[in-house]
Design a protein around this ligand. Structure first.
Ligand code: PEP
Ligand code: CO
Length: 449
């Protein structure tokens, strides 16, 4: 698909029902903000978006692997250099572990630089007997449980744009300016992880990589080339606020195609993928790679129609389906989906989100996920693909470079009672740096054998 789809404009979604949109108190103010946003420079370029799509085409056939991860919901107050650096470090570490084990390039995509809008199961919540709007992400309102904080404010969309620009700027500097160089693979280990078993496993791997680089240099292959010196990290977020996405959608001067330049990859969430809904209408017309989340109650016919709508030309790299089925159900409900897609010859990147269907509430009231449940969904994902003769193409994580206690289990065996120690997320629980490395090492074991 290289040309604009039939009867599509970047505003045609407005004739469809858009779920999960905030109740903005003043539509005039929203329109003014969106008009301002539409005059601002794009955050990413069409050429970069096309490169990502080409890489994803390789994940369809198993020549590359997609690793997507980051916060459930980015927090404006946490957009700082150390925080961005720590997230990048874990993403690079996980990617190197998987590259080394899997013997194929890993496509690194952050849930970063724009992951500011959240779908919620309920529009409101009642706190101390008062009904207030639910928190919908920093681009909409604030998490504090007061009516004032929770009232949607369109100015946060402008702030979200600026925060995304600042984050992207630093990411580009880190990935191009030497920080992500494979020569520095040792330096990505977090201080609080170095002494742990995971930290030590990582150190051993880093040593192997450095030896390989040294060997190359000895035999005369210069290590100072962009493949070693630079990393490519792409950005992604759930494309929820369609006004914002429309305002950042631009026509590429080179090809005439329309690209949503708010991020390289956008995904449509489980709650907003209705066939006749506004989200599908908007995304069928932009040329970015698109991902769609698929939960356990999916309807096969509906998914086939969704695939035909978003990828009518069956272009490899255009569509990623992220299954999030839960460790109890995946074994039963993933095979029929894979079989039908295989029968139809659909070119799809199959990714696994082992987080969202494995959430439970601990006795302390914290929303959490258990490390073993996460690993068990991942294991079943790989085994099912291998059994069906389809390609497990990627993984999708909620994770952070920080030493948080939000998911239970893992090498340090975080217990329900310990969650309160450093529970920082404003939305869903994330794997901490150590748990992220551990999950990567476990997957490495599995794909190596
Ligand atoms: C998410 O990725 O944070 C999310 C809300 O996912 P899903 O749409 O799969 O529930
Ligand atoms: Co989430």
């Amino acid at each position: 698909m290289t040309s604009t789809q039939k009867n599509w404009t970047k505003s045609s979604w407005r004739d469809h029902v858009a779920l999960q949109q905030p109740q903005w108190p003043d539509q005039g103010e929203v329109d003014r903000v969106l008009a301002d946003l539409s005059q601002l420079p794009p955050l990413v370029f069409a050429g970069e978006i096309r490169s990502l799509k080409e890489l994803l085409a390789k994940a369809v056939t198993g020549e590359a692997f997609l690793l997507q991860g980051g916060d459930c919901s980015e927090d404006f107050s946490q957009i700082t250099a150390p925080k961005i650096r720590e997230t990048l470090k874990v993403l690079l570490q996980m990617s190197i572990i998987l590259t080394y084990a899997g013997g194929k390039p890993v496509i690194k995509v952050g849930r970063i630089a724009g992951q500011f809008a959240k779908p919620r199961s309920s529009d409101t919540e009642t706190i101390n007997g008062i009904e207030i709007p639910s928190y919908r992400g920093d681009m909409v309102n604030r998490p504090e449980p007061t009516l004032e904080a929770r009232t949607p404010n369109p100015k946060y969309m402008l702030k979200g744009y600026n925060m995304s620009a600042a984050t992207l700027n630093l990411l580009r500097a880190f990935t191009r300016g030497g920080f992500a160089s494979l020569n520095r693979v040792h330096a990505w280990n977090q201080e609080f992880v170095v002494q742990s078993p995971m930290g030590r496993s990582y150190e051993r791997l880093a040593k192997h990589i450095q030896q390989a680089i040294k060997f190359m240099e000895i035999i005369g292959i210069p290590a100072d080339n962009p493949q070693l010196r630079e990393a490519q990290v792409f950005t992604s977020h759930e494309a929820l606020l369609l006004g914002y996405e429309e305002a950042l959608t631009r026509q590429d001067s080179l090809t005439g195609g329309w690209y949503d330049c708010s991020a390289h990859l956008l995904w449509i969430g489980e709650r907003t993928r209705q066939l006749d809904g506004a989200h599908l209408e908007f995304f069928r017309g932009v040329l970015n790679p698109i991902a769609v989340k698929i939960g356990p109650d999916y309807d096969l016919d509906n998914i086939k129609k969704l695939i035909d709508t978003l990828n009518p030309d069956n272009e490899a790299g255009r569509l990623t389906l992220i299954t999030r089925l839960g460790m109890k159900k995946i074994e039963k409900i993933l095979p029929p989906l894979l079989r039908e897609a295989k029968r139809e010859g659909y070119k799809i990147v199959w990714s696994c989100d082992p987080m969202h269907a494995n959430t439970y509430t601990a006795e302390s009231g914290h929303k959490t996920r258990n490390f073993n449940d996460i690993l068990s969904e991942i294991t079943c994902f790989f085994e099912t693909h291998w059994a069906e003769g389809t390609v497990p193409g990627g993984l999708h994580f909620e994770m952070t470079g920080e030493n948080v206690t939000e998911c239970t289990g893992g090498a340090r065996n975080i217990m329900d009672e310990e969650l309160h120690r450093n529970y920082l997320t404003t939305c869903d629980p994330r794997l901490n740096a150590e748990q992220s490395l551990e999950v990567a090492f476990q997957i490495a074991e599995m794909i190596r054998s």
